[in-house]
Write a protein that binds this ligand. Structure first.
Ligand code: 3HC
Length: 293
């Protein structure tokens, strides 16, 4: 099957990034949000990103126009029924994802391939909300999606190998390095990343070093683009807490257990950059200040 039309469900941080790279790769792209304000907000963010690329000379103004013309926003799920592939990037909650795919399953032709961008839920459990688990994969992108060069392509025991190969090739067409992963909670990246991030919080709790010193150690000592506590603020402390709970529930291993400090910060609403405060205070976003605990 030649993939031409792609649907993206959810136009938040991840969905808008996915819609942008899909449209930039030449696919007719329809992105769906639950109301007109969210559609507009998502498309505005994409417009801003594309303008930045034009300003930097990465793409021409004409190329930007073509990308925009391939990209349509909608609030109606029915507008996705002509899509060859649908990528879901909605709220990270199993019932919401199952409900969405069950509805899509009823309106889409049998050939349509479904993909979820979940970071920690079990693909098999989402896929079984449909009558086509053999045409269901995980496509896990990384934030910021237009910049990060990886996509994890996840197969379940029910995924048809031909569909899987098609989706690996689709990931490559999006300009990403597509790695193959089985449907194990957290796949490859979060399996390794989450214990590392949680350990950085444990190191802070135990007084091994300050926020800045822990971050600088991993940035300068290991060549990471961001230190772990900065990365936690970037990913979102609430998101990390949620992922850690799912992973702990699956593996029952301490390395996936949320440290008490993480839980308390989330309870206090200190969710990282998006809430203005996490391990750093973002009152002046260009000059974050590490908190003292
Ligand atoms: N959208 C689009 N482009 C962006 C962007 C965004 N949100 N943020 C930065 N960029 C672009 C910039 O325009 C710039 O492009 P250029 O090189 O063509 O000029 C480039 O990225 C570098 O940006 P900056 O110079 O402003 O800043 P940095 O050099 O510090 O890079 C970063 C920013 C790319 C975010 C870098 O710090 C980084 O790679 N951090 C680690 C991010 C990471 O680990 N993400 C994965 C998180 S885990 C995840 O998503 C999985 C989930 O399941 C938890």
């Amino acid at each position: 099957m030649a993939i031409q039309r792609v649907g993206v469900v959810g136009c938040g941080l991840m969905g808008s990034g996915i819609a942008q790279v899909v449209a930039a790769a030449g696919f007719e792209t329809t992105v769906r949000e639950v109301n007109a304000e969210l559609v507009e907000k998502g498309l505005k963010g994409i417009e801003k990103n594309l303008n930045r690329l034009v300003e930097k000379g990465t793409i021409t103004d004409a190329a930007k126009g073509q990308i925009r013309s391939r990209l349509k926003g909608t609030t109606s799920i029915d507008d996705l029924k002509g899509c060859d592939v649908i990528v879901e990037a909605i709220i990270e909650q199993l019932p919401a994802k199952r409900e969405l795919f069950s509805a899509l399953d009823k309106i889409c032709p049998p050939a349509t391939i479904f993909a979820s961008n979940t970071s920690s839920l079990t693909i098999t459990e989402i896929a079984t909300a449909t009558k086509r688990p053999e045409r269901f994969v995980g496509l896990h992108f990384f934030n910021p999606v237009p910049v990060m060069k990886l996509v994890e392509v996840v197969r379940t025991i029910a995924t048809d190998p031909a569909v899987y190969e098609e989706m690996v090739a689709f990931g490559v067409k999006l300009g990403k390095t597509a790695v193959r992963a089985n449907d194990s909670t957290g796949f490859i990246v979060n399996r390794l990343l989450v214990p590392y991030l949680l350990d950085a919080i444990r190191a802070l709790e135990e007084g091994v070093g300050s926020i800045e010193d822990i971050d600088n150690s991993m940035k300068l000592g290991c060549g990471h683009p961001m230190g772990p506590l900065t990365l936690l603020d970037f990913v979102g402390l609430d998101t990390t807490y949620y992922i850690s709970q799912i992973m702990f529930d699956e593996f029952k291993e301490r390395r996936f257990a949320a440290p008490p400090l993480l839980k308390r910060m989330v309870l206090a609403g200190w969710n990282g950059r998006k809430s203005g405060r996490g391990f750093y205070d973002y009152s002046d976003p260009a000059n974050p200040k590490a908190l003292k605990f």
